[in-house]
Ligand binder design. Sequence first.
Ligand code: GDP
Length: 301
Amino acid sequence: EKFKDGLSKTRHSFVGAMNELIKDYRKVDEDFFEELEEILISADVGVHTVLTLIDELKDEVKRRNIKDAKDIQPVISEKLAELLQKSDDETELKLKEDGLTIILFVGVNGVGKTTTIGKLAHKFKQEGKKVILAAGDTFRAGAIEQLEVWGERAGVDVIKQQSGSDPAAVMYDAVHSAKSKGADILLCDTAGRLQNKVNLMNELEKVKRVLTKEVPDAPHEVLLVLDATTGQNAMSQAKTFGKATDVSGIVLTKLDGTAKGGIVLAIRHELDIPVKLVGLGEGIDDLQAFQADQYVHGLFA
Ligand code: GDP
């Protein structure tokens, strides 16, 4: 249901256009595929991914001897699911069975990092886990207070220092506090200013070093948060962060706010980093574990 609601904009524009196409053409021919290609590209699926998809569709259409355009929709949804499902097990967050799991969130300002941390804190809390937040964005004005608001909403503690202090020191405090309180999960916010990429990446490395020093296999996840409404910008942010630090998964926010939800496919296919969570609204419950079959189902529902 959540996926269905969250993907309604994409569904209306993307699947709407596809249904028009099927009605107009009736016959599956070269022109049909060309227009389908355009529809997919305008849904932000990504050129490279679209070409792969169209090739596979053509093969499948031949194999099954499909002539009628109306018979092609199930093949399209099958292929989309396949493309997303390459390694479905990877999409689950890696949580420690015993002891503290540390998750680091990275991404540029405004993508929805703080919101995602708040939503995830709420989700874990509801599962009976003890959660602590680390206010590691000491740079952006208001970032600490905003995280505190989410901490209150979710009912979890926030470890912070003054604005402008060293994020690595905040992380050190947070890990010690999490250990002494016997926490299960520590969710770490980080700065997202892009004005000075080199400094930002150095800061992230330093934060990671502190975490690893305190807990040898930490961070257990480094989640890159991307805003689905920014399309190709999101792709280039993924490349920048991916180069600078080991990203273990992607959180794609604001899928509800875009008609171009095809970006999920581009990310999965072109970046080789699994999408683990998706944001489908501004509310505390609007975060979902990403599941390829539910996504595709939500598209065509
Ligand atoms: P940060 O700067 O990365 O920490 O971004 P914020 O968490 O402050 O989020 C920026 C804006 O995006 C806020 O207005 C959030 O309510 C909004 N936002 C975050 N996630 C989602 C989402 O999944 N859907 C929608 N519609 N809005 C979101």
